[in-house]
Design a protein around this ligand. Structure first.
Ligand code: NDP
Ligand code: HEM
Length: 483
């Protein structure tokens, strides 16, 4: 007998052996009655949940949001009141790769925040880019199918990617970001995050505003060149997970300044760009960024599976004072995430410690697989027995009028809406000479995979020429397209 704790089975009964299965004689067959062996093998077979259908590879950490400015004139959300401190979880990810894929692949990065507020969880499930490839959720699964492996040969297909992008010119802004060195960030600590969508804020008097979130890295933006990213891919596929974990472990806590752009509710109708179109930013000259606070990551998870793999972020998790905008992509996402969590983790995913609100849950939903939170009082509403009752006053201010015919159509165009103007502004006004040169070589490298056909290369040149002639000419030169 040692002073070590005794191994048990999952029922807590002492385990019969750490080494030997029960057999008929030392050399004989094993027995089905060896419940301990059966439990171990059966549990092992169930150790995985399906990986996320996108954003499978990632890592994350806990932290705290601090609000330093009074923005009560814009939102009544508790967590955004001056002086508030809110615990949070942030998960970073790549989009296309599987659970074991390399962190430094060229891809947008997920930037998913869960705020454990006093009024329930508020999730901002953003990326490290302020825009996206498409503007209608109808195209999302098709787009992702071009990023993932082909169903026939299980290989990635750059020809399919360029086919989709060149047939979807609204992708040009996001593909521009992706093809700069921001498509290969040096670490998660060295990139910005964005809520990307436009959201609704409303204050205690019911005044409404449209808002965009910008999380600006306090560590400075740092990227890898394509060559550096590729070299690290082969040396350490988990480079970004390791970087974040090690930094927090040594007390080097990364932080982000929280900025917002605020648009008065009425401006949306006639703004020069459709403010709900996810392929567009709001130029700073029109709506400058305002700093409202900062968040810091200061604690690593203790169990990756329980706290990161089972973390479930959903853009539909709002709190009073914040709501969705009519951005069609956001509207699609309001359905998609909770649905995938019910499938991937199970219908009671919100009862797991990492997803569980830190505020009281008084829901009338109960039962189902793995349920342990059950209502203790009346189990239906309305009831006459003092059970919880909704308080619609908390949501006063969220409503606004809409009318329209039921249609299937593109967004109504605003005066300056087109697919190439904003990526052109990026190329002309924002990128340095080095950024531009690297962007060209990144495009050329990506479009030079053997499966990309010569017809597709011509379409790729046309796509970039629409952004800017110099860019198109340089890509044509790099790809050897002459006419
Ligand atoms: P501004 O000059 O006011 O802003 C340019 C923005 O680009 C800054 O936010 C800057 O912030 C960011 N930036 C700098 N270098 C890069 C880079 N290599 N890749 C991507 N972004 C970079 O101009 P506008 O607001 O008028 O926007 C002009 C263009 O800048 C837009 O069309 C868009 O492509 C891009 N942009 C705009 C943003 C916005 O919300 N308005 C946000 C990000 C990009 P930082 O250096 O801190 O990243
Ligand atoms: C993950 C769907 C657009 C950011 C996911 C997942 C699904 C999904 C099903 C897996 C979730 C999980 O298993 O936990 C969609 C649909 C979209 C869309 C249907 C459009 C219609 C976007 C956009 C952004 C985004 C525009 C960013 C602005 C993320 C992030 C994750 C994710 C960050 C990973 C969350 C985490 O870390 O767990 N998406 N997505 N997605 N998506 Fe989207």
């Amino acid at each position: 007998m040692t002073d070590r704790p005794i191994t048990t089975d999952d029922n807590g009964a002492p385990a019969p052996s750490d080494e030997f299965s029960q057999s008929v004689g030392a050399n004989g067959p094993l027995l089905l009655q060896d419940h301990y062996l059966i439990q171990k093998m059966a549990h092992f077979n169930r150790e995985r949940v399906p990986e996320r259908v996108v954003h499978a590879k990632g890592g994350g950490a806990y932290g705290t949001l601090q609000i330093t400015e009074d923005i009560s004139q814009f939102t009544k959300a508790d967590l955004f009141q001056k002086g508030e401190e809110t615990p949070l979880l942030l998960r970073f990810s790549t989009v296309a790769g599987e659970l074991g894929s390399a962190d430094t692949a060229r891809d947008p990065r997920g930037f998913a925040l869960k705020f454990y507020t006093d009024q329930g969880n508020y999730d901002i499930v953003g990326n490290n880019t302020p825009i996206f490839f498409i503007r209608d959720p109808q195209k999302f699964s098709d787009f992702i199918h071009t990023q993932k492996r082909r169903p026939d040969n299980h290989l990635h297909d750059h020809n399919a990617q360029w086919d989709f992008w060149t047939l979807s010119p609204e992708s040009a802004h996001q593909v521009s970001f992706l093809m700069t060195d921001r498509g290969t960030p040096a670490s998660w600590r060295n990139m910005h995050g964005f809520g990307s969508h436009t959201f609704l804020w409303y204050n205690a008097s019911g005044e409404k505003f449209w808002v965009k979130y910008h999380f600006k890295t306090d560590q400075g933006v740092r990227n890898f060149t394509d060559g550096e990213a590729a070299a690290i891919q082969s040396q350490d596929p988990d480079f970004h997970i390791r970087d974040l974990y090690d930094a927090i472990k040594r007390g080097d806590h990364p932080s982000w300044t929280v900025n917002v752009q605020i648009m008065p509710f009425e401006d949306a109708a006639d703004y020069r760009f459709n403010p709900f179109d996810l392929t567009k930013v709001w130029p700073h000259a029109d709506y400058p960024e305002i700093t409202i606070g900062r968040f810091t990551l200061n604690r690593n998870p203790e169990n990756y599976f329980a706290e990161i793999e089972q973390a479930a972020f959903e853009p539909s998790a709002f709190v009073p004072g914040i709501g969705p905008s009519p951005d069609k992509m956001l509207q699609g996402r309001l359905f998609s995430y909770a649905d995938t969590h019910r499938y991937r983790i199970g219908p009671n995913y919100l009862q797991l410690p990492v997803n569980q609100p830190k505020s009281l849950v008084n829901s009338y939903n109960f039962d189902g697989p793995m349920a342990f939170h059950q209502p203790s009082g009346p189990h239906y509403a309305p009831n006459s027995f003092g059970g919880p009752a909704a308080d619609p006053a908390l949501y006063e201010g969220e409503s606004y009028a809409l009318t329209g015919e039921i249609v299937r159509s593109a967004y109504r165009l605003h005066s300056e809406d087109d697919d190439y103007g904003q990526p052109r502004a990026l190329w002309e006004n924002v990128l340095s000479e080095t950024d531009r040169a690297n962007m060209v070589s990144n495009v050329v490298g990506h479009a030079s995979k053997p499966e990309v056909t010569s017809d597709m290369k011509k379409r790729i040149v046309e796509y970039w020429t629409n952004v800017h002639k110099d860019l198109g000419d340089s890509v044509a030169k790099g790809l050897g397209v002459t006419d």
